[in-house]
Design a protein around this ligand. Structure first.
Ligand SMILES: Cc1cc2nc3c(=O)[nH]c(=O)nc-3n(C[C@H](O)[C@H](O)[C@H](O)COP(=O)(O)O)c2cc1C
Length: 348
């Protein structure tokens, strides 16, 4: 099968949506090796359609604009499967992939046909009836309903029953290394979806359902998202916000209240940047203190750099401690409970 992947994220390789697409393609390829070409739309020279209709009149099937679209249309026509991979932008698609879509006009004939249901279309210039389409997209909000409605309707109108989709809310979490535990579960699921698509041309109901489950419950996600922008505190000037403060706020947002036994104060002392924070773990939530400190239960003295690496799983905690890279003062049992207090919650 010839597979054409259209990466429509302006972030190119750094796209959250592309992570899911890559996992899906891995699954597909594990069933049978396919001929896959990934086009980075943001890197291509694609002008907007001029609306001149010359591709329907003077030069049938050929656009007068001299840019990368001539080559891309050829690839599009030859593809058996087209994977549209892009983020949701203003309830629709990013502008460059929309420009690509508009520039597919030469693949149609000018004549208007009326479908069985009364809908108007332009007749196709080529027989593309064998083509299937997969839409893979992430968005920033936690809700896919009321968010993806317009885009989905557009894709359904264009591709009818030839369309299969993976829509993932809370997409920015794919960028947070500390949450890899949860996001990698989603990627495994996308791979499974690829395998199923490779075997039977569709996803099982079970896989569909699990793909639509949120990465994190909405309320926790909102806390994490707002902490990452640091705009939850309207008095905070986020431009001058220190990276370590942002990190601690995100860490507090991943606090799991189910792990609560009694109030605990963890003091973080980043010796390399001379910053101290307190994480105050309570019944309902974890708050962050930057001053007016209370007595701590446990104090961790470390460099910020090392703590980042530990939280991303790049450094082994006990080994680093044995090597004297960080010090723990006070109640050591807190350290044993760190992964219960913070990080991935069992949502699946
Ligand atoms: C200009 C712009 C518009 C956006 N519009 C929406 C939107 O309408 N709904 C939404 O949930 N997220 C929206 N987002 C967030 C992106 O969809 C989200 O960050 C996505 O995960 C980015 O995916 P990517 O890394 O594949 O580009 C928007 C982001 C930008 C930059």
């Amino acid at each position: 099968m010839n597979i054409l992947v259209l990466n429509g994220s302006p972030k190119g390789e750094g796209s959250n949506s592309l992570k899911i697409t890559t996992a899906f393609l891995d699954g597909l390829n594990s069933i049978k090796e396919h001929n896959i070409e990934i086009i980075n739309i943001s890197k291509k020279n694609i002008d907007h359609c001029h609306g001149c209709f010359v591709c329907w009149t003077k030069t049938p099937g050929k656009c007068i604009i001299k840019d990368d679209m001539a080559e891309l249309i050829e690839k599009y026509i030859k593809a058996d499967l087209i994977v549209w991979s892009f983020p949701l932008y203003y309830f629709g698609m990013p502008s460059k992939i929309k420009a690509f879509l508009d520039r597919l006009l030469p693949t149609n004939l000018p004549y208007i046909i009326t479908k069985e249901d009364g809908a108007n279309r332009h007749a196709p210039r080529y027989d593309l009836s064998h083509q299937r389409h997969v839409l893979i997209s992430t968005c920033g909000f936690y809700d896919t309903n009321n968010n993806y409605d317009a885009l989905i309707r557009q894709f359904e109108i264009m591709f009818d029953d030839k369309l299969t989709k993976i829509l993932c809310a809370e997409g920015e979490l794919f960028k947070v290394p500390e949450l890899n535990g949860r996001t990698s579960q989603y990627l495994s699921l996308a791979k499974k979806a690829g395998e199923e698509f490779g075997k039977q041309g569709s996803f099982s109901e079970h896989t569909k359902k699990r793909l639509s489950e949120l990465l994190y419950p909405a309320s926790e996600f909102v806390k994490m998202a707002n902490a990452s922008w640091d705009i939850s505190d309207p008095s905070a000037d986020y431009k001058v916000q220190d990276k370590s403060h942002k990190f601690i706020k995100q860490m507090s947002a991943t606090y799991n209240p189910q792990s609560y036994i009694n109030d605990v104060v963890i003091e973080m002392n980043f010796i390399d940047i001379d910053k101290t924070y307190q994480l105050c773990l309570g019944k309902e939530e974890c708050s962050v203190k930057t001053h007016d400190f209370t007595p701590y239960n446990t104090k961790i003295e470390t460099t910020f750099e090392l703590w980042l690496q530990l939280s991303e799983g790049k450094v082994n905690g006990p080994e680093a401690m044995m090597q004297g890279k960080y010090k723990v003062l006070g109640d050591f049992s807190t350290m044993m409970k760190m992964s219960d207090y913070f990080g991935i919650k069992k949502t699946v």
